[in-house]
Design a protein around this ligand. Structure first.
Ligand code: 13P
Ligand code: SF4
Length: 362
């Protein structure tokens, strides 16, 4: 991957920044807002060169930010990979805490910053180190796979990490290695959807864990995925009725959904995949129109990227955590070198192995 982020002199002027943003976002972001945001984007793009910083932007960033300041954009998996290939001294992660932590684990000597301190995630909040240790005791020998949407301390307790882009590949790898039970944490719906892809049984971990019958629901001789009980607070809101109504109103539209949605929703859509998977689909597959069941900002970002594609803006669901990352906060982050991700050395060391194993699986 080229890592040519340019010099301070290469930074586009305010007028040039505005012109580029207008070309990309005219019709998506109101003109008066673009003028304000272009000024911020100009200052960020100049300062990031002065600081030898690289900006990574998740696909859910709001359109004016997404299309103006990141050096690289992508899903969790792509951005993790990219973070290992940069020569920048500072990584600014325009995404949420667990993503920035993953970048820190992969780059312990670099300064990794997140523009908003409290950009969390309902999945990462929903599981603790003690929960993972208890599950390991209950299912001895079963490998633990943690979704990338977990904090580093939880990853440090696991054997493999995965994202929505490679959960099937990681679980298939473990089943092929001879494991018939895999603990998959913490997203219940991603666990169920991935188990279904592999024709394995989904078995909910007992609740509460104490005094539990761990064999309840396990069919001898069948592969099983032991899951936890938390969900994405955004994707769990999409319902089967939503899909049915969308089909009635837009019969020619292709509906794409993120695998953090309920399995019944997934059964009714045309394509399921990570945010990158959905983008690639829209880039490569011609359809009269497309509907995304995922965080709202992404439909705007896709519409700006592919003006020849018709996006139906079917939702108003935004992730309140992703939403905390703004151009204003990104500028403060660069000016004040805040908020630095700090992790204990032993967590960095132990979380590295599951992340490296994930990155090694294609
Ligand atoms: P992706 O890895 O597909 O980008 O998803 C991250 C996420 O948080 C989805 O809600
Ligand atoms: Fe977490 Fe859901 Fe927000 Fe993604 S959309 S960061 S899974 S709360």
């Amino acid at each position: 991957m080229p890592d040519d982020r340019g010099t301070v002199q290469d930074a586009p002027t305010v007028d040039e920044t505005l012109r580029r943003m207008q070309a990309k976002l005219g019709g998506i972001v109101p003109e008066f807002e673009l003028a304000l945001k272009a000024e911020l984007a100009f200052r960020i793009n100049r300062l990031k060169r002065e600081r030898n910083a690289v900006i990574l932007g998740h696909n859910y960033m709001e359109p004016a930010l997404f299309h103006s300041v990141p050096d690289y954009v992508g899903d969790s998996l792509e951005l993790s990979r990219i973070s290992t290939q940069t020569s920048a001294d500072v990584i600014i992660f325009c995404g949420v805490q667990f993503m920035a932590e993953t970048a820190k684990v992969l780059n312990p000597k670099k300064t990794v910053l997140i523009p908003a301190e409290k950009a969390g995630c309902s999945l990462a909040e929903g599981i603790s180190v003690d929960d993972v240790r208890r599950l390991r005791e209950l299912y001895p020998g079963a490998p633990v796979v943690t979704y990338v949407n977990t904090y580093a301390a939880v990853k440090a307790e696991s054997d493999y990490c995965c994202t929505s882009g490679n959960s099937t590949a990681v679980l298939r790898h473990l089943f092929n290695e001879g494991h018939d039970r895999v603990i998959f944490l913490p997203d219940e719906y991603l666990a169920r959807n991935t188990a279904a892809d592999l024709e394995a049984d989904y078995v909910a971990a007992p609740d509460p864990l104490d005094g539990a019958d761990v064999n309840a629901g396990v069919v001898p001789g069948r592969k099983s995925v032991i899951g936890w009980r938390v969900r994405c607070e955004v994707h769990e809101l999409f319902t089967v009725q939503d899909v049915e109504r969308l089909r009635e109103q837009f019969p020619d539209a292709v509906i794409l959904a993120h695998p953090e949605c309920h399995p019944d929703v997934m059964a009714k859509v045309d394509y399921k995949g990570s945010t990158k998977g959905m983008l690639d689909y829209i880039r490569n597959v011609d359809a009269p129109r497309y509907i995304l069941l995922t965080e709202c900002a992404m439909a705007d970002n896709v519409a700006a990227e592919f003006p020849h594609r018709e996006m139906v803006r079917a939702c108003n669901l935004r992730c309140k955590h992703m939403n905390l990352i703004t151009l204003e906060q990104t500028l403060s982050s660069l000016e004040n070198l805040q908020y630095a991700i700090e992790l204990p050395d032993d967590i960095i060391e132990r979380a590295r192995l599951p992340i490296d194993r994930m990155l090694a699986i294609r």
